[in-house]
Design a protein around this ligand. Structure first.
Ligand code: ADP
Length: 394
């Protein structure tokens, strides 16, 4: 015999189901001779019980049997969570295409026709046992990876959470040092305090973003909903980032009437600040950034447009993902974690809205988000009418 079973692996077990004793004898003898563990039964109901008692790695199943036929047995196996993954090879005297199709439709992975060619049975059994083994290995690695991922997330969450308190205290003491000793300090000393304060603030921001993102991913972020004046929020954010503007121009075509929505003002301000922060990071010194807001009947659309380098098409799908960054920009010296847009996406989606970007390399990017006017509960599925109401007119 060509086939040998590898010593290092457990011996595969096969269940043979056939109501003809001669067939059972023939197949069982052949498979045992190949070194497999073999059990044989002669009816469908008993086959299911036997399989459940001790899961086999493969079932060879006769089609024509009195009582429950092979197709029905297979369907029952496939509906049972515990048994559904066991591969089933049908044994059939029928050779019509329709019968073979029926075997696959019932959930079989293969079939062999009677009278048996033992070498063919042997080859098909070996192939499907190997496939099943590999599938199990992949599933086990996937489960293990999933567990490790969960463990890592919990660990990161714990570390980041515990980091925030000492960092906040560091920032406080740096500010105190500046207040108390700043006057008498050398120019260099004051500069070092500023650098330290900036670095501490970046770390606090990183910790907060990580915690917020994991909270929102777990659906644990509760919105502090209230009436938000969106124009007011945009103006406030523009004031906050003014110090980073340099010679760049801000263009905000402010609508005449106020625009109110039900939302979490602080969270929405952080979304706009993130988008403006990115626009500032990527816009050249002599460039300009346009901020716009449009009110539709059911939603409000805000956009931040820059004339920076733009984002290559192949990166557009990645930038809203956790830690997703644009490859060609990775070497830029500016500090980047790829969490800002993930935060924006989750915050907008928690409001029942959508976020996106239109970008062209060499021309710039326009990030936009649209949120329902009446808060998350009023979120409408994104359909063409809503999209039109909120569409940015270019
Ligand atoms: P970070 O929080 O590190 O700034 P983001 O999640 O905000 O990262 O952005 C992800 C990536 O998307 C950035 O690394 C950058 O490459 C790209 N990106 C974001 N905004 C712009 C923009 N306005 N112009 C060009 N690239 C951008």
């Amino acid at each position: 015999m060509e086939t040998t079973l590898m010593n290092s692996q457990p011996i595969p077990s096969i269940l043979v189901v056939d109501d003809t004793p001669a067939n059972l004898l023939l197949l069982t003898g052949m498979l045992k001779g190949l070194g497999y563990k073999v059990r044989s039964v002669s009816d469908g109901e008993f086959a299911i019980q036997t399989a459940r008692h001790d899961l086999p790695d493969l079932i060879l199943l006769d089609v024509m049997m009195p009582g429950m036929n092979g197709y029905e047995v297979c369907k029952r196996l496939k509906m049972d969570d515990e048994l559904s993954e066991i591969p089933v090879i049908f044994l059939s005297a029928l050779n019509e295409t329709a019968d073979k199709v029926k075997a696959f439709e019932a959930g079989g992975v293969d079939y062999v026709t009677k009278p048996f060619q033992l070498r063919e049975v042997q080859a098909r059994v070996a192939a499907h046992l190997e496939l099943h083994r590999q599938k199990k290995v992949i599933q086990e690695s996937y489960d293990q990876l999933h567990q490790l991922e969960e463990l890592r997330d919990n660990l990161v969450h714990m570390v980041v959470h515990d980091m925030r308190t000492p960092l906040t205290s560091m920032k406080g003491f740096l500010q105190l040092l500046d207040m108390v000793e700043g006057e008498t300090m050398s120019k260099d000393g004051k500069e070092y305090i500023n650098i330290l304060t900036d670095a501490t603030e970046s770390l606090i921001e990183l910790a907060s973003s990580l915690l917020d993102v994991s909270k929102m991913e777990a659906g644990e972020m509760t919105l502090d909903l209230g009436e938000c004046n969106m124009i007011e929020i945009i103006r406030e954010v523009m004031g906050k980032v003014e110090s980073l503007r340099g010679d760049r121009q801000f263009i905000f075509e402010e609508p005449k009437d106020p625009i109110f929505i039900q939302g979490d003002a602080k969270l929405l301000a952080r979304v706009i600040q993130n988008l403006m922060g990115n626009a500032l990071k990527f816009t050249p010194d002599d460039g300009s950034i346009s901020i716009g807001i449009e009110a539709g009947e059911t939603c409000v659309r805000v956009y931040v447009q820059d004339n920076g380098p733009g984002i290559p098409q192949e990166s557009l799908g990645r930038i809203f993902e956790k830690f997703g960054q644009v490859k060609s920009q990775q070497n830029q010296r500016q500090y980047s974690t790829g969490l800002g847009l993930t935060f924006c996406k989750l915050a907008v989606e928690t409001h029942g809205g959508t976020i996106g970007v239109d970008s062209e390399v060499g021309k710039g990017s326009s990030f936009w988000f649209s949120i329902p006017v009446n808060g998350p509960a009023e979120a409408l599925p994104v359909d063409s009418s809503t999209a039109n109401v909120c569409a940015v007119k270019s």
